[in-house]
Design a binder for this molecule. Structure first.
Ligand SMILES: Nc1ncnc2c1ncn2[C@@H]1O[C@H](COP(=O)(O)OP(=O)(O)O)[C@@H](O)[C@H]1O
Ligand SMILES: [Mg+2]
Length: 309
């Protein structure tokens, strides 16, 4: 950068792409929703249902953080809060140190189902957010080419989404999310609908894209292997109410092989903690006769149960 710095850059330069990741944070965030069907529903009182209870989470600029937890633990809610689609009942949500009040181009969401418009060709899909934001035709063309090459879909630029495989559509969705150059990429189980081979391929692709762009990524997944493979940290969430149970740094060098002993050991640890949280939820939801499916993996417990029958 010139010694004049960004403040004196020309408007063109300021609009240039390639901005790195920014911080995202939740400070003492509680998120409640109004009681549905009035007070008395399980977990409700006059104040409504508490979805997240006093969650504090700081994500560094350029960091890759994975959230895992049972369904209903508020993972999507955390993404929605950072995206500005939901507002905390208590506490503060910030991106790049600035309070989040509404959605903005500095934060983009990617969902499980690729949100590409079926009636637009891939390239037009990626240019769509740029056109909406007033970029010129030349800027749109340059940027969409750069992104299509980044996700290795340049050859398919004229295809419609239905002509692409699920993995290709998700790569297209990532390219579109990156179009306006967000600092924070929020990904809600983006690979959950893909078969295992495609999923592993996309993990490699995402890691490469992350390293190439320096974006901050907050990645929700049910898959502990995926979380340990990709995250700088794995944040384990608990439920009723949603909260953070542990925040585990993952320090093994990248790229991580799932069969690396250290990676495998950490995966087992996290999966064990997640399984006991899932068990807890299942027990609360079911009657006393519930036997957690995980128990078949623990012969000691199974034997103990059997001996009392
Ligand atoms: N706007 C809402 N209205 C009613 N329930 C909601 C709303 N938002 C979230 N919830 C509930 O809050 C809980 C947490 O939701 P969510 O963040 O989607 O969890 P996760 O992504 O971990 O599965 C769920 O039980 C969900 O049904
Ligand atoms: Mg969710």
């Amino acid at each position: 950068m010139s010694k004049d710095g960004a403040a004196n850059a020309s408007p063109e330069a300021r609009r240039g792409f390639g901005q790195p990741g920014a911080t995202a944070s939740l400070e003492g965030v509680t998120y409640r929703i109004a009681p549905e069907g009035g007070a008395g529903r399980k977990g409700t009182d006059g104040a409504g249902l508490t979805i997240l209870d006093d969650v504090s989470l700081t994500i560094g600029a350029g960091e890759f953080v994975c959230l895992v937890g049972p369904s209903g633990s508020g993972k999507s809610t955390i993404l929605n809060l950072i995206a500005g689609l939901a507002k905390p009942s208590v506490g503060r949500v910030a991106a790049a140190g600035i309070d989040v009040r509404a959605p903005g181009n500095d934060r983009a969401l990617v969902f499980q189902e690729a949100a590409l418009f079926p009636w637009l060709r891939l390239r037009a899909n990626i240019e769509f957010p740029l056109r909406v934001n007033g970029y010129s035709a030349a800027e749109c063309a340059d940027r969409s080419e750069e992104l299509l090459r980044l996700v290795h879909l340049w050859r398919f630029r004229e295809s419609f989404p239905h002509e692409l495989s699920g993995g290709m559509r998700q790569r297209g969705a990532i390219a579109r999310a990156l179009a306006t150059d967000p600092a924070v990429l929020l990904m809600d189980e983006p690979f959950a609908a893909l078969d295992m081979q495609t999923r592993e391929l996309l993990q490699t692709e995402l890691e490469r894209i992350w390293l190439a762009t320096g974006k901050t990524i907050v990645f929700v997944t049910h898959n502990v292997r995926e979380a340990v493979r990709l995250g700088d940290r794995v944040v384990l969430m608990g439920t009723r109410p949603g909260r953070i149970l542990s925040d585990i740094p993952v320090t093994m060098p990248r790229p991580r092989a799932v069969d690396d002993p250290e990676v495998a050991a950490l995966t087992r640890d996290v999966a064990g903690s997640l399984a006991s949280e899932v068990d807890k939820v299942a027990r609360e939801e079911a009657d006393d006769a519930w036997v957690a499916p995980g128990n078949r993996l623990r012969p000691g417990i199974r034997r103990a149960v059997g001996s009392r029958l």
